[in-house]
Ligand binder design. Sequence first.
Ligand code: G1P
Length: 292
Amino acid sequence: MKKPLRKAVFPVAGLGTRFLPATKAMAKEMLPVVDKPLIQYAVEEARAAGIEQFCLITGRGKIALVDHFDVAFELEATLRGRNKEAELRLLADMKMQPGSIVSVRQQEPLGLGHAIWCARAFIGDDPFAILLPDDLVLSDTPCMKQLAEAYAETGGCVVAVTEVPRDQTNKYGILDIGTDDGRLVEVKGLVEKPKPADAPSNLSIIGRYVLMPEVIGFLATMERGAGNEIQLTDGMAKMIGHVPFHGLRYEGTRFDCGDKLGFLEAQIAYALKRPELVSAVRAFLKKYETVT
Ligand code: G1P
């Protein structure tokens, strides 16, 4: 019997060095795409997939992320006094169920696998989702919902995957592939950031996962992997053969918002999806096209 997917963890302890100086005193996950912080896209995507319990894995200096999902009583009172109905509705829409969001701290930056292990008490014996807020996916069906539906079909672990150019395999977790029906692929092996010459394929993991709680036991060994970090990919690789394990070629466009260019492209793509902005954005894009 498959347990329903109700929990999600959000690793947000990273220092965001690629976005300095913006991230000197501010969490990178609070950077907005158009007008919404990256973390809020991730939490909304999880909600749309039926997630009911949320855990932020934070670090020092990241308290704004926790505050962002609290009720801002003074702000609401001020907005009410000024009859700002639309803004009040925005806040009401993002209100979390009482007690549904918690945070734990990763005390040392020892890697993504270590961050997930820090959430072990929250995860308990349940399947859980992971969303890396740096990865933004623009799609008709939210990416995590696609994964949750695949999990309902196959059970076990399901990770979102996409083909990357060969020369970029050293930036991602890469799959060794078994059977492949074009949408779901059977995962035979996983390697974290292999050199192009050593990569078993060019099918890479993006920051969306559904995992079985058994991964925690494998991460607990604290074995170091690529970059001398405790890698989630290595913990996941040890589950292959014990639980069903699939990659899902999701529908949608992924933006790597941990990277300046990816982040800028996301701004444009998301602005063009907004009816109130689209024509003005098209107009200024035209203007800059001719600038040399
Ligand atoms: C992490 C994972 C990697 C995955 C990537 C997706 O890497 O370790 O397996 O492919 O996220 O964005 P990071 O981007 O933290 O280096």
